[in-house]
Design a protein around this ligand. Structure first.
Ligand SMILES: [Zn+2]
Ligand SMILES: [Zn+2]
Length: 333
């Protein structure tokens, strides 16, 4: 049995395939087919904070969702947004197209869940995923790791085979990208731009009929983000608090200095990018009791590395006068 179905597509093939996979335009007026929403499914970091799932953001255009990153918790948060925020487009079975900013585990640990739970809960088509080189390798190995599960659910003799699943929808088409336009259908054009992180990484610009949305992923401040936004409707950007940085070991401080963005740097960037709304996410903070002891300063209290939303608000607000919010899981903008 062939467990991977990974394809590199030319732009024209890609448009043909994505167009074919769209649902017919038979929407009720209430569905407002071009209205765009940003749904924050996970606003966290590698820290296992129960209130902040791993990074995952859905750009929802009418009844279609486009996922950016699939950190741990993505599938449960997606179901929660579908049920509690009345956004059926993000129901796990409806998540069919995803983009990943980079391959760090906090952005990808939900990948197997997205592939397999999406399938077992009714996704009708293979998942289409776009991201940096290494994505195909990761995809192939996840599918190999779940070989027994997939074979059991697809074997014609298996008693659990025919329980409402689409037999081929466990498959994944993983598309490795470079900067430029990487995806286009009748609702959205997605452009990738190179960012600066500890590995090859991309930010994404989504142009929909009513909004332009830019998401940074993890990155040092880069000019490309400013150019991609340039007055965009929503800029979703990471930020690391100065106050906590000062308390971290030097080794962590240098990682942040090289590969992330401080609140001060983000304020400077946003002043140039001029988004109508800045959404801050992926802020490293350790709620009391969660910080690994080796990171805590000597004799520090358990909350020494906790940054409250109020502190973050103050650090940004004192340097940036545009509209901004500290993103929380399940916020919708
Ligand atoms: Zn991250
Ligand atoms: Zn990262």
């Amino acid at each position: 049995m062939k467990l991977t179905r990974i394809m590199c597509l030319t732009a024209s093939m890609l448009v043909a395939i994505t167009a074919k996979s769209q649902q017919p335009a038979s929407l009720a007026p209430k569905d407002r087919p071009t209205e765009t929403k940003v749904v924050l499914l996970g606003t966290g970091t590698p820290v296992p904070d129960p209130d902040h799932s791993g990074p995952a953001t859905a750009i929802v255009v009418g009844n279609t969702a486009y996922l950016v990153d699939f950190g741990p918790g993505v599938v449960r948060r997606a179901e929660s947004a579908a049920l509690n925020k009345n956004i059926p487009a993000v129901q796990p079975r409806n998540l069919k197209v995803a983009f990943v900013t980079h391959l760090h585990s906090d952005h990808t640990a939900g990948y197997s869940d997205l592939i397999l739970t999406g399938w077992t809960s009714g996704r009708a088509v293979p998942l289409e995923v776009y991201g940096p080189p290494g994505l195909q390798w990761m995809t192939e190995h996840i599918l190999q790791a779940y070989r027994i599960d997939i074979e059991t659910r697809t074997n014609p003799d298996s008693p659990i085979r025919d329980i409402g699943r689409f037999p081929d929808a466990w498959q994944v088409n993983a598309h490795e990208i470079k900067a430029g336009v990487i995806y286009k259908d009748e609702k959205v054009t997605v452009t990738a731009f190179a960012t600066k992180h500890a590995m090859e990484s991309y930010g994404y610009r989504f142009e929909t009929p009513d909004r332009t949305i830019v998401i940074s992923g993890d990155t040092n401040p880069v000019e490309a983000t400013i150019n991609a936004c340039n007055g965009c409707d929503v800029l979703i950007h990471e930020a690391q608090p100065l106050e906590m940085q000062a308390k971290m070991p030097k080794s962590v401080q240098s990682v942040v200095a090289k590969y992330h963005t401080t609140t001060e740097q983000l304020a400077e960037l946003a002043n140039k990018a001029k988004p109508k709304l800045l959404v801050i996410y992926h802020t490293i903070t350790f709620p009391p009791g969660i910080a690994p002891p080796r990171l805590l300063p000597p004799n520090a209290g358990a909350d020494a590395l906790y940054v409250s939303p109020e502190m973050l608000q103050k650090e940004i607000g004192s340097r940036y006068s545009g509209k901004f919010v500290i993103g929380k899981d399940l916020d919708v903008y």
